[in-house]
Write a new protein. Structure first.
Length: 265
């Protein structure tokens, strides 16, 4: 119990420090909100407004439902920010400072997780507001609490994916390719471009069950197409990927000690 309370205190400190860091760069926040979010959402709305001018439903998506999907998935895509973790880890490996983190009482895994929470807490709160609003507008009040819980769980899966990419820096060192791959996979497999129903059936299985879909379009799809079966499937996917990625992280962490002999001091 004392250990749990201590962890919460540590998270609180990280949230305070890194939230202050993010809020101190007001220009970056404005850029994220008005360019990173508003611009792609506006372009999509204009495009779909033209498409729906002669249609009422497309694959069971009304115009309102499509707009809610776009807003929710673009917001979730913004929350899937693993670039800082990949970049920071790459630099620490290159300059040898990664050893300093590995001999601390707090593991590099915990340090990275708490840092990511601190940096993203502002946008996590913003994401909760957006997703809850989508639930209300879609008359899906019963999924409000699960949506909030799933948001935090999906962010942990997002962190695990980012951490795996970060650990691969031990082998490739330079992070440019890894960051590009992370961004490309999130764009293609995350469902940000189109709902799964709009893709050919041969691709739908891959798109429906891949981890990037779980962290980006999974919750919006659950909000807009609610069912007990979908709720169960999504819960199982979160548990499955959470366990799988943790095993991969343990494996890569162990292997990295052979790549970096000075690991741990």
């Amino acid at each position: 119990m004392n250990n749990f309370i201590e962890k919460l205190k540590q998270i609180k400190k990280f949230i305070y420090i890194y939230t202050y860091e993010i809020l101190s760069h007001k220009g970056s926040i404005l850029c994220d909100l008005f360019i990173g979010l508003s611009l792609p959402i506006t372009i999509q709305i204009i495009s779909w407004n033209y498409i729906y001018s002669s249609e009422n439903h497309i694959h069971n998506y009304t115009y309102l439902k499509m707009i809610l999907y776009i807003i929710a998935t673009v917001t979730m895509f913004k929350l899937n920010n693993g670039y800082d973790l990949i970049n920071d880890t790459s630099k620490r490996i290159q300059n040898g400072s990664i050893d300093i983190f590995n001999i601390k009482t707090m593991s590099y895994f915990s340090f990275s997780l708490f840092t990511m929470i601190g940096r993203e807490i502002f946008f996590i709160i913003f994401g909760i507001i957006v997703l809850v609003s989508c639930c209300i507008l879609n008359n899906n009040y019963i999924y409000i609490i699960p949506t909030i819980v799933f948001l935090f769980l999906s962010q942990f899966i997002c962190f695990q994916i980012s951490y795996i990419f970060a650990l691969i820096n031990y082998w490739v060192v330079q992070n440019d390719l890894l960051q590009f791959m992370y961004f490309l996979l999130a764009q293609i497999l995350g469902g940000i471009l189109l709902p799964i129903e709009f893709w050919p059936e041969t691709f739908q299985i891959l798109l429906k069950y891949n981890p990037f879909r779980v962290t980006i379009s999974g919750i919006p799809d659950l909000i807009l197409n609610p069912s007990n079966l979908s709720l169960l499937k999504y819960t199982c996917l979160l548990i499955f990927y959470g366990i799988l990625f943790q095993l991969i992280i343990l494996f890569l962490t162990k292997k990295s000690t052979k790549i970096n002999p000075s690991y741990g001091g």
